[in-house]
Design a protein around this ligand. Sequence first.
Ligand code: MOS
Length: 726
Amino acid sequence: MGSKPHMSVGANGEPISPPGSADGSSIRVDGRCKVSGTAEFPGDVRPPGVCYGALATSAIARGRMVGIDPSVAEASPGVLLVLTHLNVEGEIAHVDHLMAGGWANSSHRPLSSPDIHYAGQIVALVVAETAEQARDAVHLLEITYEPSSHVGRMDDPNAKSERLAALRPGYRDRRSGDAEAGFVRSTVVIEQRYSTPVQHQHPLELPSTTCVWSGDHLTVFEPTRFVGALKHGLAAQLGIVPERVRVVSPFIGGHFGSKMALSQHTALAAVAARRIGRAVQAGVSRADATTFANHRTETSHTVKLGADRRGLLLAMAHSATAATSRFDTFAMEGTDVSTALYACPNVRAEERVARVDRNTPGPMRAPPETTYLFALESAMDELAHELAVDPIELRRLNDTQVDTVAGRPFTTRPLMRCFDEGASAFGWNARSVVPGEARSGEWLIGHGCAAAALPTKIGSASIRVTRSPDGTVLVETAHHEIGNGLYTILALTASDRLGVPVDRVSVHLGDTTLPPSGISGGSSTTATLINALAQACRQLNESRAGEGGSVEIMFGDAATSAKAREDLERGHIGLASSSAEALAWAFGAHFIEVGVHVATAEIRVRRHVGAFAAGRIVNPVLARSQLLGGMIWGQSSALFEETVVDKSSGSYVNRDFGEYLVPTAADVGDMTVIIVPDQDPEVNAEGVKGLGEIGIAGVNAAVANAVFNATGRRIRNLPIRLDALL
Ligand code: MOS
């Protein structure tokens, strides 16, 4: 069927010459096939005889369907099948959420009953000869609803919040000392509320699935960042053994937290393909992707900081609430980071979740850090202003080599080096300290900074490296190219460690027939896979396989624990903190200059300097690109992005790029990325830390702090739009 998931480096006999770099660090091995259109993304696959599915979604947030009449749709031109709960009920088994030991990004069971739990819930799949016929017939379904009252948003007075500690076995809020006594002893206490909105990842490539049965074997072409979970979850839903399911996903056009595991639409396409006896491809519209994929949920925070006259923190309290669905508890747990970033003897954290009648949220780039550090790093700036100390000096005073709540040391702690290098490149000392004083023509000028932090996570992986007698090398693992450059770093590392030219290395990813690996998430991919590959190459070299040979190894917890090995083989999530004894974190510091127009209050980011320390940088070009993308997205989180939830319908209002604002190149100003050296022999053998998500963390606070410096107005609810300043 023309599927060519195997991507070869230097295809067509054309060696890839590393432009402008002797060590090859600036090549991108999948660049040529991507820009020439020959890279086959899962949605590009067209199996013989394929027919097309379109999904119908609920117009109400809660209640039930009292009637659904598919007859007109069924009689519409080209229509082959309409699936509703009436003819599917019971055929798709329940699968738990990925974080609750299952495989799904939502434990809602598709087309299992007439009950409606959220707006955008799938209520039917229409399959037709063409995608247009299927989409057209969706509008011919006659559905009658009986709505019941719903809670659409966390700010609804009926939204019930619960302590996470009461919901999740084994979870405990972080506490140390006596926070109340600490506040009483403090010279200055600030206490404020901050909030962040719903956001969607909106990767360019939309979700889709293509299901092909061959006898009782199912092949699924679907963009996913966890082929193993999709395979096992789908097998469980369909009641077949996992060996009969193969998932193929060699390229993904971005996920940023979505495309997590088993989605709502996949089993429906599989069921339809089985009934019709043909391949079925189901596409998802940009609007529907807002409820089929997970999203960044809204959060609210109360942060209280108490300090002595110099600014030494004596007490800190951070309580945070995040919205989740009725049926899944997706919690952020960001106080792990916010209460460990600075030294503080008395700490009280509380994590809560609030139930709303919406789809289950999920991760979106730096899920807890982006929202929790907005609150903490805004509060630190408020404290600095109150004490009239420099915000950088306030952080230096409270810098620490250990997490003072748990007493665990950091493997390395380059936070202040990030501040110092960033400050010097930015010219921080030249800033005007008094808010509202600096002006350039009709623009008020403001400067702000904030810290970035990201715990390094590492997963289990198996990987196979084969050297053929002809000198070519094949690297195979069921991990994923999510756009971050995994093909490139694996090819370059194998080339380096085995001493073969990079154009003799092929890398094969994104297929459950390959040695199993984990989820592409939590910035764990590079740390996990580079360590796994280095170890496999070492073994291959030691085996003296000069003439040829193959090594397959198990890396991470799976190498030593039977449970972790089973999790890896069965597609269960298994990201661990890098070390049990110490905290291995990447750090950063952001510096922002904004201009705020005196008459219109238009807000412009004029300059952004980000300095980051994240262990050994495996590939400087890819790293810079990741950091730049994160920084821009951080500006976006501060000034642009918000999915508006309509209170009365419980639905997302702005579901396309016309109304969901993201910055263009003209919006982001001058960008500088600085990489601060961070040698960390303790984090893992290769000294690699998570980097993919550090770029976004803390940016929104730095922007808000700059807006305060420009205007004297402290904005605590994101995004900051000009109406907040009028
Ligand atoms: Mo994350 S947004 O799960 O990589």
